[in-house]
Design a protein around this ligand. Structure first.
Ligand SMILES: Cc1cc2nc3c(=O)[nH]c(=O)nc-3n(C[C@H](O)[C@H](O)[C@H](O)COP(=O)(O)OP(=O)(O)OC[C@H]3O[C@@H](n4cnc5c(N)ncnc54)[C@H](O)[C@@H]3O)c2cc1C
Length: 506
């Protein structure tokens, strides 16, 4: 039965959820270099004369050296990685980024770029004493063309702030993710972030019109055109989208913003088994067509972990699987009728067992919170091994029950959830605390299986620090060699985000 959404209490705003999770455990994670047995590369070490130089081009307040001030910049969001940096720099403009990199390149000082530090693969924090270059003060919006939808802004703008800004002008950002209250558009570009509505608005290689970036030697590369079409030679902006700060630091972006939908509807449904989710997805694509904006799934353990650990309310009863279907359109009546027809049909067919639909913003937010907080729900009770993989849809959920069996009672929670419309599943294995024994049960096993299924070991989070040694499961030798050649060309001294993305050997 479709039920009206019950009144829900104790709602948490998205960014509050992030805060709650971030500070759930105050224990410091082990140093990444020790945990993963990494050797420091032959970079320069920071001297007091270097710090004096940085203070001369920034100013005292934008060069952090106090151990307590620097600590948060050394630890990643899931508290898996911890670096040993002693200096954090906060430039305010492109010229300052350029001056810092030129100096660091000459002195062979390694640098780790950092946006909102919400990355989930350890890419945003140093491993040893790399200088952290944090973009949070580069947060100016330069222009918005409300006819073309082209927004030009600095890399450190927070995604949610940009979304609020463009919404007031009849547009939306083309991406949305659970970390939007903290992540930066520069971090989004550098990770080619996917998120909840990629199904509808495509990935950032399409939505980012132009980029300004700084190379290792301080050269500013200006590809900041706000044009839809520009076939003037190589499409260089793509080198910086998804390269996780290893080829250059993104300082500005031009983004194409879609029109704010006038009609938004959200359904949250209980489903009996995964096979039915695939049938439902096929049906949603044909019944809802151009208005379908998200098709997400979560298994019982995913939703239950947010209910138990974060005390978020589930508006429907317990089911083995849940599906969240969202529509973005321009006509309330037309969209409402389409959704109602889809619901009636699929309740009759039995694909939807139970559920709720709403177009009320606060109720939609409640449902989205339930889905978006799964990423952090396990962190409240332990350590979470996180996997973010693409798998052909017919095998999408196969690995979850296999892993459940494999880790047995060593795990507190093994759950699968994600962006069905993009073939991207997140698998979280929560254990009381990190152990090498469990790590070796999961890795490289999971990557081998994904490779056998012709999937990708990283659908959207990137390779970062955690996965370079597994990248060969998804990238051919020839492609890896070209990646190395590009790195050599653009950053010959290897100072940009070392120990990340590229494997030591091809
Ligand atoms: C609750 C939660 C939900 C999430 N949901 C999603 C999701 O649905 N889809 C998704 O794709 N990701 C998701 N993520 C992961 C993360 O939010 C994204 O990868 C995001 O794009 C990172 O942005 P950031 O500003 O926090 O970057 P950071 O974490 O600071 O950095 C990420 C990487 O980019 C590099 N970098 C950062 N800024 C720059 C720059 N200006 N120039 C060059 N390199 C730079 C860093 O060195 C690092 O390698 C989620 C994370 C959380 C915590």
């Amino acid at each position: 039965m479709i039920k009206p959404l019950v009144t829900l209490v104790g709602l948490l705003h998205k960014s509050k959820i992030s805060e709650q999770v971030r500070y759930a455990s105050q224990a410091l994670p082990q140093l990444s270099s020790e945990k993963y047995n990494i050797k420091r590369k032959d970079f320069g070490t920071i001297k007091s004369s270097d710090v004096s130089y940085f203070k001369s081009i920034l100013n005292e307040g934008r060069v952090l050296t106090d151990e307590n001030d620097v600590m948060p910049y050394n630890i990643d969001w899931i508290k898996n990685c911890r670096g040993q940096s002693t200096v954090v720099l906060k430039p305010q403009n492109t010229a300052e980024v350029s001056a810092i990199l030129k100096y660091c390149n000459e002195k062979r000082l390694a640098v780790c770029p950092q946006g909102g530090n919400t990355g989930l693969v350890g890419g945003s924090v140093p491993v040893f004493d790399e200088i952290v270059l944090n973009f949070s003060l580069m947060n100016k919006i330069e222009s918005l063309d409300d006819v073309s939808g082209a927004l030009i802004c600095e890399a450190g703008c927070i995604l949610e702030n940009l979304d609020n800004y463009v919404r007031e002008r009849g547009l939306i950002m083309p991406l949305d993710l659970g970390a939007k209250g903290s992540c930066h558009i520069g971090g989004n570009a550098s990770t080619n972030a996917g998120g909840l509505r990629l199904l509808r608005y495509g990935n950032l290689h399409g939505s980012i019109l132009g980029i300004e970036a700084v190379k290792a030697d301080g050269t500013v590369i200006d590809c900041l055109k706000a044009l839809k079409k520009d076939n003037t030679g190589y499409h260089l902006k793509h080198l910086f989208i998804g390269s996780e700060g290893t080829l250059g630091f993104v300082t500005k972006v031009a983004v194409s913003c879609p029109v704010l939908p006038k009609a938004v509807n959200l359904g949250f449904f209980g489903v009996e088994n995964f096979e039915n989710i695939l049938k439902l997805y096929k049906s949603a694509k044909s019944s809802l067509g151009e208005i379908l904006s998200a098709f997400e799934m979560a298994d019982f353990d995913s939703i239950n972990s947010t209910v138990q650990n974060l005390k978020l309310p589930n508006p429907i009863a317990d089911y083995p699987f849940y599906v969240l279907v969202e529509t973005h359109g321009s006509d309330d009546v037309h969209d409402g009728e389409k959704l109602s027809r889809f619901l009636s049909k699929e309740m009759e067919s039995g694909l939807i067992v139970d559920g709720t639909v709403t177009s009320e913003p606060s109720k939609m937010q409640t449902i989205w919170n339930l889905r978006e907080s799964i990423a952090g729900a396990g962190l409240v009770v332990g350590y979470v091994f996180k996997y973010d993989v693409s798998i052909p849809l017919k095998n999408y959920y196969d690995l979850v029950p296999i892993l459940r069996k494999k880790v047995g009672d060593k795990a507190l929670i093994v759950c699968g959830y994600g962006h069905v419309g993009d073939g991207n599943i997140h698998i979280n294995v929560t254990v009381p605390k990190y152990s090498q024994e469990i790590a070796s049960v999961l890795e490289p096993y999971i990557f081998e299986e994904v490779s056998k299924l012709n999937g990708s070991i990283s659908a959207e989070h990137g390779i970062g620090f955690r996965k370079p040694k597994y990248i060969h499961y998804s990238k051919d030798k020839s492609a890896l060699q070209l990646m190395k050649d590009l790195k050599q060309l653009m950053d010959p001294n290897g100072i940009l985000n070392p120990y990340k993305v590229l494997p030591d050997t091809v």
